[in-house]
Write a protein that binds this ligand. Sequence first.
Ligand SMILES: Cc1cc2nc3c(=O)[nH]c(=O)nc-3n(C[C@H](O)[C@H](O)[C@H](O)COP(=O)(O)OP(=O)(O)OC[C@H]3O[C@@H](n4cnc5c(N)ncnc54)[C@H](O)[C@@H]3O)c2cc1C
Length: 621
Amino acid sequence: MEAPALEVVDTDLLILGGGMAGCGAAFEAGYWGRDKGLRVTLVEKAAVERSGAVAMGLSAINCYMGMRHGENQPEDFVRYVRNDLMGLCREDLVYDIARHVDSTVHMFEKWGLPIFKTEDGRYKREGRWQIMIHGESYKPIVAEAAKKAIGAENVYERLFVSHVLTDEATGRATGAVAFSVREHKVYVFRARAVISSAGGATGVFRPHAVGEGLGRIWYAPWNTGSAYSLAIKAGATMTQMEHRLVVTRFKDGYGPVGMWFLLFKGKVKNAYGELYEDTQQKAIAPYAPYDKVRPIPTPLRNHQMLTDRAEGRGPHYMRTDEALQALTMGLDPKAVREIESDAWEDFLDMTMSQALLWASQNIDPAKVPSELTLTEPYLMGSHSSATGAWVSGPEDLARDGYFWGYNRMTTVPGLFAAGDGVGGSAHKFSSGSYTEGRLAAKGAISYMTDNPGSFEHDPARVEEITGELFQPYRVFEEAHGSSTKEDINPNYFYPKQGLHRLQKIMDEYCAGVGANYITNEPTLRRGMELMEVFKEDMAKVAARDRHELLRCWELRDRIWCAEAHMRHILHREETRWPGYYYRMDHPKIDDENWKVFVNSRFDAGNGGWKMSTHPCHTLVP
Ligand SMILES: Cc1cc2nc3c(=O)[nH]c(=O)nc-3n(C[C@H](O)[C@H](O)[C@H](O)COP(=O)(O)OP(=O)(O)OC[C@H]3O[C@@H](n4cnc5c(N)ncnc54)[C@H](O)[C@@H]3O)c2cc1C
């Protein structure tokens, strides 16, 4: 293999990932850094204009308080998030998002994002926290503002970041290494502070659809957990990596249900026409006091559906027919068309596949109900789940042990996190992730001001990483002639085959769909044994081209996420979130012993993981 070209880029602040959080960080850093003459650089594996989870398309901003009209206050939001996470959240982080998120949304509107309005000029709400938008232009608008803020020449696209670099003497984050997905080239970025905003993880678990349907999942398939793997490998403490998201979605098309519930007042009924939330109230009684909370926490609603199914009362249907008929009764045809077009837009914006699935199965949602199911698990810190780095909170809110100098800094000095990358604070969604990027950027700029200095990277370390990066090419080159068919070779496997292996282990041993979300200590330990063998075998993952090289590294990301997830589930000896997963050897919620955060830290020096717990403080009564 030819040696790759090498480019070294010097900057002050380096942002890894140009999704919602990364663009928010770039915008804010551009603003505060300009006066100080700081250079801000953003690195993105795709194209910022259409990258990240939002590129799936959205038709709502799911986090907006509406404080200027007195609609909600940050305290209300903290209570809501705490309940949905069944008692365990970093209230300082959640509050911090809530008090700033409205200003973010107002900027989006100023930049041209079309937001639905009511007759009195307020944003039209879909639910208590959600406002409705025409989402097609959302990411391009946000991307343009980021590029303008830091200069388009400082946005590096089509580069996959594989490692954060740290200074050996101080442990401080000093840059990152990336490889181009278009050229045979490695980039080394030298920086004084780094923000990791490289998104959550999908594809860690076997999805419902395999074979011809592979890739049909709910969260963005291109989110492979880099925000977690980069932080873990750099030695950052992680939190709530045992948490996960399993959501109710339209079966196989993965269409979202939020608008049907919130706006159209749709009901989900089982095969016998019963409202399972009513018939299964008994199923959540053991999880008091959270059984009485309204809205019912997401995992408990899942638990009700699973219990109903286990009692033989499935399938479950969203009664789109009843909802639309009730909404349109007595209306003139024009008004009916408007409602129907709202209903369709939600799917055409966000989940084209749902519209296609309906068409292919002859389903007219106004006449026929549609099956719902629970998804495979996803790991993310910005949606309704809370995996990610353990970060410092803001100085004025953070309680004992929650503050170490700079808002959103991880436990690695100079390494900040935002969006899906931050743990313990769910329900940020697109607007909250952007807001958190802004907060992280301000923290990072203060850090650089207080801690000047520039760094040289150890050339031996960079060479070592470069060697690792292209190892899959060498594996292929050396062995592909040793069998008559490239695809069947005893000396290597392709990343797609590796992905199937990872997903099988996670599904069967770590409470995936196939295991009905159930596991226990012996099952997890067996899964971890298999994972160790798999990790060894990863030395034999092969790439034929650049596309597969990227897949190899995405697979590595997912393995890091999988391992952290397993270790955390093993450590937490309770079932706090039934409906997400069940530790059947500890089937109950145990507030007395486990109303704490589970944290972990990987030590690259000895390859070990250190698990710990941290108290959960209450900020809002
Ligand atoms: C199907 C779906 C529906 C959703 N619905 C809504 C909704 O209705 N309303 C709402 O407000 N929110 C919604 N969300 C949530 C919202 O999209 C996320 O909360 C938000 O995008 C998270 O921001 P982030 O910056 O952390 O991650 P992302 O926006 O996903 O950004 C991560 C970025 O990092 C890049 N990246 C990843 N790995 C690397 C790497 N190794 N090197 C370089 N770059 C990398 C990615 O390409 C991406 O650009 C939805 C998400 C999905 C997937």
